[in-house]
Design a protein around this ligand. Sequence first.
Ligand SMILES: [Mn+2]
Length: 339
Amino acid sequence: MKFKTKDILKFQQYIAECNRITIITHYNPDGDAIGSTVALYNYFKLIMKDVHLVIPNYLPYSIEFLVSQTEYTIAEAEFKKAKKRLQETDLLIIADMNANQRAGENLEKVLNEMQCPKVLIDHHIGPQQFDLNFSFPDASSTCEVVWNVLYRLSKKKVFPINISEPLYAGIMTDTGSLSFSCNAPELYIVISNLLKSGIKANKINQKIFDTYTHDRLNLLGFAISKKLRVFEKQRAAFISISAAELKKFNYKPGDLEGVVNYCLKLENVDFCALLSERDNKIRMSFRSKSEDIDVNKFANKYWKGGGHIMAAGGKSFLSLEETVKILTNQIYKKEFIVK
Ligand SMILES: [Mn+2]
């Protein structure tokens, strides 16, 4: 990962000149979002007192253990507090999101009005330009980028456990336990350095991946056995789940995490989607296992979203039925291949 010396110097200067750091990440945060922000929080906490994390809406239960030592505000639960914190902060770190709008509508307005220096640390395609951008779309995860930034800032390779553990957790969630975005030798050097701090990789893996409730496992079974549609000729598949169906399985945020990846396990599928009716809209996840299918472009062109070449998200404000109809049509026409 190549950094400009002047960018690191500028970041060091921002840190030296500020008293109050706030870190923010994207709406519906995943393991990489929480891992990267918690690691940054614990790093800055070593050098300054007033550090705070703003989480836009909720915390998935499988990664709650990461925030046990973190001061944070969930903006949707305590919006006034989050807004005040952001307005009073004098350095903002934006991690694992590439634009203010990814924090959700209400926070976007607050972020747009902030005057303090803003530093982006991220791996999504097409970032908004901030005062400083550490944007590496080829990186496996924001956590990998964070390790690289902290290494340049501190000249240290091995950090305390409360920094290494969330970074490891984020890398594992964003690479599906090193099964995708996992070809770069440099990534394994980062992981090796994280392990040197004494974290227990097996225990963290268990906490992130093996914490299903019985309802969640049943929901997964239902999604695969009853809701999967495969289009053999187009090498595509999708799963769609209604709000009523989610309710039947006592859906909790995080329960659909990873479900989309099961469609890609089919040998005759290169493109897949998960549609779920949540928060008065249809949330969509797209995955690809072929370099020719850029789901970031597809999500961007048709579904108000984006992300990465092989993993992206989008949304629809139509009904689930209508959304399914349009997507089905797009699959028949192979419109998921956007050049
Ligand atoms: Mn990420």
